[in-house]
Ligand binder design. Sequence first.
Ligand code: NAD
Length: 246
Amino acid sequence: MRLKGKIAIVTGAGQGIGEATALKFSGEGATVVACDLNEDAVNKTVAACKEAGADAIGFSLDVADRPAVDEMVAQTLSRYKRIDALVNNAGITRDARLEKMSSEQFDAVIDINLKGVFNVAQAVVGTMIAQGGGVILNASSVVGVYGNYGQTNYAAAKFGVIGFTKTWCRELGPKGIRVNAVAPGFIQTPMLSSVPDAVLDKMCEQVPLRRLGRPEEIANIYAFLASDEASYINGAVIEASGGLTL
Ligand code: NAD
């Protein structure tokens, strides 16, 4: 139980990687504060964490809504008194080629995938500083390192998340807070559900392991990074892509 007694906020915990992370953290002994835009989904995740024997609480919120984020953090502190880990996982795609991308598509992805990460991190950092420690983990992507066709907005946000990670690592390391990013390749979650099978097959062909990743394979990395076993890993961008980018 590598996370026993730790209080962990996971955003985008209603499905996919966030759901798998909430369940993994529960299995490792953490108390999970699950946040998601989708109320039914977050309630399901909380129920599953409780079934696994862990304490958990859910919040239906938009990470781009700063007052809602602040309220979630205030309620978390009033109930649990501390915050040990934040997994800044919530994210969306609104894909289009540069010449076709609307302002709405651009802004939605930046508001959630970039500003949302800033919002939740800023809302918890004062508590982590006062405690003298904590862990912030940010969801980037291989797209944030290498770019991707049709993903101007997403690539910018995920590249920005790497910038946050390195900056916060420098600012917060002296205060005992570790900050790392995870850059997954193609992971089989509802986020990929709109991608046609033929395209998914092509994606798999590019991966030396010849398959998509599973949400649990990313959750495992978050659990390790949140644990004391990763005590000297700071400012890293851990790629988990099955070798896609070689
Ligand atoms: P997903 O679409 O399956 O799940 C995302 C969850 O986030 C959903 O439950 C959704 O309701 C929630 N969410 C969306 N907007 C939100 C908001 N404004 N506030 C709160 N919750 C919100 O996605 P996933 O595949 O599990 O991806 C999780 C993270 O990992 C994202 O940041 C994504 O960009 C990143 N990622 C995914 C892949 C992949 O291949 N699936 C690859 C690289 C990075």
